[in-house]
Design a protein around this ligand. Sequence first.
Ligand SMILES: Cc1ncc(COP(=O)(O)O)c(C=O)c1O
Length: 326
Amino acid sequence: MKEYGTGSCSSRILAGTTSLHTKLESKLAKFKGVEDALVFSTGFMTMAGTVSGIMGKGDVILSDEFNHASIVDGCRLSGADVRIYKHNDMGSLEEHLAGRPASANKLIVTDGVFSMRGTVANLPRIVDLAQKHNAVLMVDDAHGTGVLGKTGRGTPEHFGLDGRIDIVCGTFSKSLGTIGGFAGSSKEIISYLRLNSRPFLFTAAPPPSVVATVIACLEVIEEEPELLVKLHDNTRIVKEGLSDAGFSLEDTVTPIIPVLIGDDRITFKVAAALEDEGIMVNPVVAPAVPPGNSLIRISVMASFSTDQLVEAIRKIKLVGQRMGIV
Ligand SMILES: Cc1ncc(COP(=O)(O)O)c(C=O)c1O
């Protein structure tokens, strides 16, 4: 803060870009294996600004029905023809793709890891379909970055698809511990976004202290791989513990663990009862999930000790029994 000040006090293209912003963009491009990257002030603005920055009237967007609200709003902002395909349903995606004129600009957009249920997009098949139908592919890897793949580079690395995704995006508000977001792609697309994405252009740049935090956090991911191992070990302990206790869990490989409940009132009651026991979980209801599909979202961290996890599982089981869920 002494060197750069407390805030940017300007948009990125006026006086808001410091050497830290450009350093972070180069670091992110390298981390994600893309030519260039662009840093936005929030993850929401990244997705909304990337989709609406490259797509417009007359173009076609194919969007998963469970994509994050930032993508949904980006689609609306773009004015493009938006087709929603069924969640992770490749038949539905192909049907929508096949019905569009070959000459139309097409964008397929999907979360890498879906934020509420922790499911992972079927990227291998989506990459094939994008190639077959000459569509651009954008992945919002908010929850995959720093979490999936051998080195935490995200959902594409998890599937061995590094370099096969046209636009990879993410946020700094999950594994990177602060606020902001990024889009990574070819130099051509990033240059285009830099001058055409209104949520990038017309807002203040992220403060230098935030940017420096992200640089430091990326270094942690690169230099402390044991954290990633611990994260997945911890996830396994919680999943096995809850399954053994009789909870109905979705089959996922991510540290987002959804406990499906269905009823909104019971969901809020369970979250409140757990808070009383010192366990913080998220009650998730519509519109974050379809009505009638409410759930408790448990997020596992690498910093939890095994003792803490065993105690948490014991308390979750207790509350589950008291509420009649297990
Ligand atoms: C999948 C996904 N995309 C985008 C965002 C928006 O990111 P942020 O909260 O950092 O603005 C979120 C955050 O909740 C998310 O889960």
